[in-house]
Design a protein around this ligand. Sequence first.
Ligand code: C2E
Ligand code: CA
Ligand code: CA
Length: 685
Amino acid sequence: MIFFMKRLESIFNNLHIGVAVCNAANNRIESVNAVFARILGYEPGELTGALMEDIFTVECMLRFGAYKNTISECSNQGLFETIHQHKDGVSLFLTIHVSATKDNENNVEYFIVNLTDVTKCKHQELLLEQKEASLKEVQKITKIGSWEFCFSTMTLLCSDEMYRIFEIIFDESPPSYPDFIEVIHPDDRERVVRVYHKSLNNETSYDLTHRLLLNDGRIKYVREWGKSYYDPSGNPVRSTGMVQDVTERTMIEKKVEFIAHYDALTGLPNRILAKDRAEQAIAYAHRNGSRTVFLFIDLDGFKTVNDSLGHSVGDTMLRMVTQRLKEHIRESDTMSRQGGDEFLLIFSDIASISDVVILTKNLLKEFDEPFVVNTHPLASSASIGIAIYPDHGDTFEVLLQNADTAMYKAKESGKNTYCFYDPQMNHNLIGKFKMQNDLKIALQNSEFLLYYQPQIDLAHHKVSGVEALIRWRHPQMGMIPPMSFIPVAESTGLIVQIGEWVIREACRQAALWSQQGMSLTVAVNISAIQFKQGDLEAVVREALSVSGLDPRYLELELTESILIHDTENIYQTVQTLKGLGIQLSIDDFGTGYSSLSYLKRFAVDKLKIDQSFVRDILQDQEDAVIVRTIIQMAKNLNLKTIAEGVENGEVFNLIREYGCDEVQGYHFAEPMRAESVETFYLGWK
Ligand code: C2E
Ligand code: CA
Ligand code: CA
């Protein structure tokens, strides 16, 4: 028996798991083996006789207690995992197995507590869990999903991110290969499947980007990498791959590409892309012996819209113009915005010149209907220049330049028309750049001169005044009309000095006429730039005093775009000018979208009804109504009216019937030299 007990003790102490025998009656530990003590950090002697609650955590004690209560009814064993503090404070993961021995009355007598230290395993398990979690996190952040396909079992394993990217939701059986294929954009599907098969058959990896089409119609861009592994006889064993959601990046790339090649306002190709497309079209035409047609379109009077109604109205109008013109563009053609109100249209495969004419006329027709922006009906037209490959040049630059030149010619011929390029034009029309330089020296070289166009007072039947109209006598080019160089002078600011010269010269001439007994008011055109940048009051004051002209014989023609801004500054300038005793009129009235009410505030004297209305009053009922209304309203406001552009007797008669005060136009006289004015004045009866 003693021997047996010794054997038992030896076995007890040499067990690989910790064992303790605890008295259930007093909760004291009666004996522990070496392993039990070591696991918890004690010497066996330290634990013998110790109270269980001094050694075990509250949680353990509760479990023991619960166990003690149920043990009689059910099993006499229990197994649980717990965290326990080692004697030196380190946390341990323990598996505790409790069994009990019972006395004859079936009461628990002893607890046999088995301890296994699973801390190491637990740490590894946690580490693995952490790794898995961070992998998931990485996949989520980088939007990369991974998958693996096993050929022997024909099973597909996917990471969570795969489902997220493909937006596949499932309850029970995980999705299979066809479920993923289904999400690929129908237009890309065939290509993608072909790449998969090719990779599998050729034992190569693949890398491709394609689209997904999701249930709600959204599109995603994904990039995929994948490869397969084979057994020695070349049969595929498994395939693995990754799928990354690159939608965001692709969108940014597309945006960058868009900004670089498209005009943000209209969405049309910009100059860079237009050049690229044009060069392709030219190369194509070269190979096929066909033609490429360049149409350079510039809107007429767009600046007035911008100046008077603001840039946002101007922008909207440009978008509407784009929409209308686009109707005429085939897929093989290019319509681009060159900046401002300029568009370049490139057509390939145009059969004949008469087709170009038909096309151009159709484009011009698009401007017949006004553009309605914020309830403003904006009338507009366009001037179109045409250059054709190979007839008018063989590079993009030359063709563009020549189409531009032809467009200027169209503007000169009265706008709202088109003009084919003609090499002769280059001699008549100097390039903008040269013009800028030449303009600078034109003033010093006294190349400018003034023409005067008589104005007739209908009530008194007399020549009441003249409008001063500038001309540029270019040493090589001959006489250049103002429409060709005023815009250039305005864009360089030179208009300020040129305008000052006009005022001085006009005052000098008017004073001379006055001395000769001809009381003629001289009307001078003032550019908006000159009004803004120049010191108009000082210039006028000086011109009047140097010439000795009575201020009431000087009239300044302002445009609506100057006054429409109606700032205190402009108001002050206008008032000081009026204070000098001069007259003020509004030029091109009716084109600037202004209301009559503000004219009252500015105390202008006269409205010059724009030629475009006057010209057409015989044919165009609407224009006739406009002219009549302007005259009527002006009368109510005590303003004088003058009709410009009266070209024939019929128009004149109608205008007179409407009650207009003055007329100006070719019907009476064209702009002429000062000497001729004297003859005209004296010959008028
Ligand atoms: P605008 O002020 O509207 O001048 C009237 C224009 O109409 C003049 O053209 C004149 O020759 C033309 N004209 C006159 N009667 C008739 C007619 O019966 N039928 C037709 N079809 N046209 C007629 P021009 O001299 O070529 O001047 C064009 C524009 O150049 C002027 O338009 C004005 O805006 C600008 N301009 C002329 N001189 C000056 C100037 O000294 N300073 C500034 N800033 N601009 C000027
Ligand atoms: Ca004028
Ligand atoms: Ca005018």
